[in-house]
Unconditional design. Sequence first.
Length: 424
Amino acid sequence: MSSELSYVQPTANSPWGTYLSQVDRVVPYLGGLARWAETLKRPKRALIVDVPIEMDDGSIAHFEGFRVQHNMSRGPGKGGVRFHPDVTLEEVMALSAWMTVKTAAVNLPYGGAKGGIRVDPKKLSMKELEKVTRRYTSEIGIIIGPHSDIPAPDVNTNAQIMAWMMDTYSMNVGGTATGVVTGKPLHLGGSLGRVKATGRGVFVTGREAARRLGLDLRGARIAVQGFGNVGSVAAELFAEAGAKIVAVQDHTGTIVNENGLDLAGLVPASRTEGGAVSFKGGEVIDNEDFWKVACDILIPAALEGQITAERAQKTKARLVLEGANGPTVPTADDILAERGVLVVPDVICNAGGVTVSYFEWVQDFSSFFWDEDEINVRLDRIMMNALNNIWDTADRHKITLRTATYAVACERILMARQERGLYP
Ligand code: GLU
């Protein structure tokens, strides 16, 4: 049976092409459930919407919006919304599929979904950003909801945007529906620990992987690509554990210091318009040279497709922690495996965010809120249990952690699919 879809033309290293190749690699380990594998290669539902707004200067602008529900066999759709000028349907499809695998890998009762708007939010005023968010939410309102599909923050979206989404949806249904999105502000049903959760998950899984490799975090050299919510929080936690952040790359450039960048200065500098390179405590180098910096751990925490075959050859790291979704293309994955570089894949490494999103959703339904310690203890336990289970699977079949994560996750997804049966 062909898994080609008429509405996308993926290439080997494009996001959906990368995802399809990851699925192909797991099929031999699925036993009788392989019969259902084609279901993973087709999104359940994809909605494309027009998002028109009146700009501050009186002109009318239109933006492309998407919401893709990849799979809902195990529960409602779950996944973030991204605002970025390069967003495409194909990218959102891949991101939604990675959510399906991720929620199953950590055993949350969700399927996978994702949304996006093809827009550069840096070019919008606050008022325009609010209008784009509200119109998009209203357009996708026909498929989202606390029991059907729950959006959350992703690249360039935050708690304020979630507050507008929650309000728009609530106005349309005539009640306050806090459970329709996660990653909300604290006093609107948000959860303690949510902002830092993804970075924390990267740290928790990375610390365990380093322990198994015999890599001491004290003095370990770390290079971080992407210094937003995920990269900067992970960097801070590793630095607290004694590691040195020797290189950071963001949209403004790359800054290095072999003695360790001072995060107390770098983090606030990176939040200004000048970005990471406006920090004076390091040397600015060419962006491509980031990939050959002498380091022990590499954390890609930006966008997809960053670790190409060529960059995989160059890296000096022994351990790659995928804070971003889909940062490594399939050919690069093979090169890293051949070179003995351990990769903790996105679908487990960055699952901390959606895990605390799940806690937020549960707290919203019970209207009973937990303290931060309770959240972090539960988060660490879920991440460690999932990682250990995946590691055992990898050892048993002698496969990479990525294929092992897919094996654990896809078995759960396809078992649910089989048990539910096909309707009608
Ligand atoms: N956008 C995040 C991710 O890629 C979080 C999604 C969520 O919390 O639902 O995992």
